[in-house]
Ligand binder design. Structure first.
Ligand SMILES: [Zn+2]
Ligand SMILES: [Zn+2]
Ligand SMILES: [Zn+2]
Ligand SMILES: [Zn+2]
Ligand SMILES: [Zn+2]
Ligand SMILES: [Zn+2]
Ligand SMILES: [Zn+2]
Length: 444
């Protein structure tokens, strides 16, 4: 770059120590002073002759950038050459941004201020020119910025919407129970007061969960565990209370409850007994005919032979549904006249349910049959004995509560000899039929 002398002589200064006017007491003149005070003159007037021009060009001057810190000082004629390298002299930006920049500042300019410099966004890492970066900063989607809700969080610009909608502790969220809106970080506190917040009934009734604001009314009027009865209510305990009171009551009244239970058990035993007798009444035989099966004949006979008066008794039976109650008895080793040689059979009249309505004395014919269990039924020959009661006999009067031990019958029904013949005893079993017939007046 070429400059005219006028351009830089304005700021020229001459060091005092090497001034050509050393003898002059006045401060060293500057070129500025020299030229400013001079009248407007032609080139010839300024440089009247080559000698004086030579003298001026040989004068010692400072660099025009002396004030900025350049220490250069030499003859005026060398100034132009110096300025081509002076680090304080301005040159056009090498990036062609158009600015004039002192050489010494060029590096900084290129790096930091030149609008044409290459620059990288520190947030997104993309490349820009200095100029476009300035516009980019402030809108870069990767730049962390403070949340506008003042939650204290810094979030990348691109995540801000999502943060405010879903994460920000200062965002508004509706309470899931009452639907009113609250700042997110106060929701927890709100839940401790929210009227619609679900709570459990402290009485642990079956209404397990209800809204907090409904609890009072529930406890006062609706809670089903109010006035619950003691588990031993059926046994006679009259206690009522809520669940807690009930638990306490049960703990403290074990003995009383046990006493109640004992009386329940006793009552039930009576019921069982009466049920049993009702059941046996139902299974009673009301047909007037008893087929009596005697098992284990041999061992029972052996026992009868050693035990005097051993009597087998049949199940009781009725002559009809509302008739006389009878029972047969059997002495395998005989009784009375048949003792030791015969089997004896008798019939006894037992006190029955309908005795008050029946005719007395008992006057139906009674027959006893010993079955021949022959494998050929046609050849079977049963032994039958029967009688018509004698009305004068005491045995046939209405029985008292404690009937006679003996009835009426046949002490010599079948002899032991006869029993061995035929098939009266088969497989150690004997069958005797007792038949009461109200229509027959003649014994068969
Ligand atoms: Zn310089
Ligand atoms: Zn530049
Ligand atoms: Zn960026
Ligand atoms: Zn936030
Ligand atoms: Zn709520
Ligand atoms: Zn409740
Ligand atoms: Zn109780």
């Amino acid at each position: 770059m070429v400059r005219s002398l006028a351009q830089w002589t304005k700021t020229l200064s001459f060091p005092a120590r090497i001034s050509p006017h050393k003898t002059n007491a006045a401060p060293p003149p500057t070129c500025e002073g020299v030229f400013r005070n001079a009248p407007v003159a032609s080139h010839e007037e300024i440089y009247p002759d080559p000698d004086s021009e030579k003298a001026i060009m040989g004068s010692i001057v400072y660099c025009i950038h002396h004030k900025e810190g350049c220490k250069w000082s030499d003859e005026l004629r060398k100034l132009k050459a110096h300025l081509n390298t002076c680090k304080h002299d301005a040159v056009p930006c090498t990036n062609k941004c158009g600015a004039q920049i002192p050489r010494v500042l060029m590096e900084d300019h290129l790096k930091y201020t030149c609008p044409q410099r290459r620059a990288r966004c520190e947030f997104c890492g993309k490349d820009f020119t200095g100029q476009t970066l300035e516009a980019h900063v402030g809108s870069c989607s990767f730049e962390p910025i403070y949340c506008e809700n003042k939650c204290g969080m810094k979030v990348q610009r691109r995540h801000l919407t999502q943060h405010k909608a879903a994460e920000c502790s200062k965002r508004l969220v509706p309470c899931r129970y009452c639907s009113k809106e609250f700042v997110a970080d106060t929701l927890q506190t709100h839940h401790t007061k929210c009227g619609r917040f679900p709570v459990a009934c402290p009485n642990r009734c079956e209404t397990a969960i209800l809204a907090r604001e409904e609890l009072d009314l529930h406890l006062k009027e609706k809670c089903s565990s109010l006035g619950m009865s003691c588990a031993f209510k059926e046994a006679g305990c009259r206690f009522k209370g809520n669940r807690y009171a009930l638990e306490k009551h049960l703990d403290e009244n074990t003995k009383q409850h046990l006493v109640l239970m004992c009386s329940v058990v006793t009552k039930q035993q009576h019921q069982i007994t009466s049920l049993k007798s009702a059941l046996s009444r139902l299974s009673l035989n009301y047909s007037g005919t008893l087929i009596w099966k005697i098992n284990d004949y041999a061992s029972k006979l052996a026992e009868a032979k050693t035990k005097e008066g051993m009597e087998l008794v049949s199940p009781p039976f009725y002559t009809s549904q509302y008739g006389y109650k009878l029972q047969a008895s059997l002495f395998l080793n005989g009784n009375g006249a048949g003792e030791g040689s015969h089997i004896s059979v008798y019939i006894k009249i037992l006190p029955g349910e309908y005795d008050a309505l029946l005719r007395w004395p008992f006057s139906h014919s009674v027959s006893f049959s010993l079955f021949d269990q022959s494998p050929v039924p046609e050849k079977a020959c049963n032994i039958v004995e029967s009688f018509i009661p004698d009305p004068t006999w005491k045995n046939f009067q209405r029985p008292s509560k404690e009937p006679d031990s003996l009835g009426f019958g046949f002490p010599r029904f079948v002899s032991h000899e006869m029993l061995k013949k035929r098939h009266f005893i088969k497989d150690d079993v004997m069958f005797i039929r007792v038949k009461v017939d109200p229509s027959k007046i003649v014994a068969v």
